[in-house]
Design a binder for this molecule. Sequence first.
Ligand code: IPM
Ligand code: MG
Length: 354
Amino acid sequence: MLTLGVLPGDGIGPEIVSSARRIAERALRTVSIDVQWRELPFGLAAISEFGTPLPEATLTGLDGLPGWILGPHDNAGYPERFKGTLSPGGAIRKHFNLFANIRPARALSAAVAAVCPDLDVVIVRENTEGFYADRNMYDGAGEFMPTPDVALAVAVFTRSACERIAHQAFQLASDRRKSVTIAHKTNVLAKTTGLFRDVCLTVAERYPDVDVRGEHIDALAARLVSHPREFDVIVAENMFGDILSDLAGQLSGSLGMAPSVNASHTRAMAQAAHGSAPDIAGRDIANPVAMILSTAMLLRWLTGHDDGAPALGVAADRIEDAVRHTLDAGVGTPDIGGTASTSSFTEHVLAALP
Ligand code: IPM
Ligand code: MG
């Protein structure tokens, strides 16, 4: 019996998480694995019940688990007292040291129009420091306003965090097309992004069969659109990786289909790359693909870390195949030009599982 955590989140979170959960459950059954879900409070629902978006009980509930799925959260919609504090998703990543945010982007189906159908990249985003000041402090959020007209933020780059994310990127590239691009901005941020780049280049020496090159983040963003095939794995600090992964997701079809996992060496959390889309929440039109594929990524990640091993990877493959088959058949939600609802899309994917 596999136990996975579930944090439904805000906005469209509950709808897409329930879709992903049903599909994962069915796919796992095809490989004779029973899953038990541990649902825990998170986000707005947790604020009304516990006065905080990330209750202590949720962290304790996740503690013994190898993995869980997290719906998107809507910090912007939280009461004023939570503004300028560490976002709850960031807090979970930090608490469990989920330092690697792995975000693949590639066109899944020819039936979905994409600006860059040839793009097939994985963005390996450092998840615990960098330019996102809210993740950078032991206490407080890393942003300051000395006067009402001045705002400052703290960026943090440590050798150890750069090293571990670089290893993730090079290991991943070793199993792919053997190329890593380091996103930096050393022409102006010579010390911070310079340390990031230099540590990545040093780690690169341990992977002689992987090509490495650095690119300024601005030029890289343009080149991703003009020369998508040049990119395989991109390693980036927190904010650059966040921005690039939305760009890459949209270029390869829709941000609504861009999955991710956040991982340490011992745990992983499935999380769509997109946000909580409060404008369409509760209308049964959200695209659940990113959440479904994130859950598949989690199962695949668990193959390397759980005794249930290879069968979990088979379940992950089956989920991906079923999603691709559904999209190939022209079934899709409105964001990709289709007419399917979240629930009917889910039924199609369930029906496409063996
Ligand atoms: C992401 C998001 C989050 C982040 C937000 C919702 C806090 O943008 O994971 O891509 O900043 O990391
Ligand atoms: Mg983001």
